[in-house]
Design a protein around this ligand. Structure first.
Ligand SMILES: Cc1cc2nc3c(=O)[nH]c(=O)nc-3n(C[C@H](O)[C@H](O)[C@H](O)COP(=O)(O)OP(=O)(O)OC[C@H]3O[C@@H](n4cnc5c(N)ncnc54)[C@H](O)[C@@H]3O)c2cc1C
Length: 352
């Protein structure tokens, strides 16, 4: 088979699926290589996203605009198989200081329309009050990834390991037995699998393991609730409780200690029956400086990377896919905090 394409995408978790569906909107032709059975954090991601950094009661680095862009992107491409649900998120305020900070933020223009206080909520203990966030949504990750696969031209999805040795990095030609792909750009979205990629294995990650429990709750909350950890509704009427953040663990194995810590954390704000049903774990592809890796290889401009999503793939991937595609078309520049030059500088400084 011989293919001539705009994009060859390697890796099809939340990031690769976003990139593909965004490229499709732009009328670009794509093929995808993916190994779903490899460690991929997308298979355990709850799919929750919002723009807040609760520690400071303000928008996080990729804040409200990126949230709005993600929500509108997911809504626009949603068809018969739904994958996006808007939610209210309640924040259990942890101190008088946080309560006062939340109140002050509510008066500021960018926050006015999304932050509020809530009256008490059944089964939730919140002695310092309950903040209410209107900008929150949940992506059904499995349905979204499935949608990306069914939107591909037949025969353009290769469920196999990408053979880096079969790639001519200079001219973008990929050739193995019986298959030849000529692509304008090859974009790597392999999550932590990038560590085996000879062109981008130098990218510095600080991977962070997360444990997650599926629960049956005595009281149906019908919303997401956040304190140290979050409880969020699942599509099957059950709830997710998660997720721990451990950057020492190297294997994605469910850990009893983490499950115990999660249940303790939930009991500190949820006062009804909790029945744990399932325990999952995965490793987040978090970068060394908590900013994503976006851009092209310094020596091989046909090769690019989109990675380092950490805990925020659902929020960041729609915006970053758009940004990368626009930069490849020469229409936008990658902001310095995400560009690959910063990595070269960081590695050089570390080596000196
Ligand atoms: C417990 C837990 C809960 C989480 N909850 C949320 C949440 O609620 N919201 C949120 O936004 N984020 C959440 N995250 C984070 C989220 O999971 C990650 O940000 C996201 O999955 C990263 O997606 P990715 O596509 O970049 O990488 P991955 O999911 O790792 O996907 C990479 C894909 O590339 C493939 N691949 C790698 N190498 C090759 C190769 N050589 N050839 C072919 N294929 C290859 C892999 O097999 C994989 O399928 C959570 C993470 C954990 C651990």
């Amino acid at each position: 088979m011989e293919l001539e394409l705009d994009l060859l995408i390697v890796g099809h978790g939340i990031t690769g699926a976003n990139l593909h569906l965004r490229a499709k909107q732009e009328g670009l032709t794509c093929a995808i290589f993916d190994l779903p059975e490899e460690n991929q954090s997308s298979s355990v991601a709850v799919g929750l996203f919002h723009p807040m950094a609760f520690r400071d009661s303000k928008f996080a680095w990729a804040g409200k605009e990126v949230f709005d862009e993600a929500l509108s992107f997911y809504k626009n491409i949603e068809t018969d198989e739904p994958f996006i649900q808007e939610l209210i998120l309640y924040r259990v305020l942890e101190s008088t200081e946080e309560h006062n900070r939340w109140r002050a933020r509510m008066e500021e223009p960018p926050y006015k329309e999304v932050l509020d206080f809530s009256a008490r909520m059944d089964a939730i203990e919140a002695p310092f009050g309950l903040g209410k966030l209107r900008s929150c949504a949940k992506l059904n990750v499995a349905n979204f990834i499935a949608k990306s696969i069914t939107s591909l031209t037949e025969g353009h999805y290769f469920q196999e390991a990408f053979n880096y040795e079969a790639l001519d990095a200079e001219n973008g030609n990929f050739k193995t037995k019986g298959l030849s792909i000529q692509a304008k750009h090859i974009i790597f979205c392999e999550g932590l699998g990038v560590r085996k990629n000879p062109f981008f294995s130098h990218l510095p990650f600080h991977p962070a393991k997360g444990d997650l429990l599926k629960l049956r709750l005595g009281h149906d909350l019908k919303a997401a609730v956040n304190k140290k950890d979050f409880i969020a509704p699942s599509e099957d009427g059950l709830y997710w409780l998660g997720a721990t953040y451990d950057n020492k663990a190297t294997e994605a194995l469910p850990d009893e200690g983490a499950a115990k810590a999660l249940l303790e954390s939930a009991k500190s704000f949820y006062a009804d029956k909790i029945v744990p049903l399932e325990h999952l774990a995965g490793i987040r592809p978090a970068s060394y400086d908590r900013r994503p890796f976006v851009g092209s290889h310094h020596k091989y401009p046909k090769l690019s990377v989109l990675n380092g999503m950490g805990s925020k793939a659902c929020l960041l991937a729609p915006h970053l896919s758009n940004l990368l595609l626009k930069s490849l078309q020469g229409e936008k520049e990658i902001p310095p905090e995400m560009a690959l030059d910063r990595v070269e500088r960081y590695l050089k400084k570390k080596a000196d």
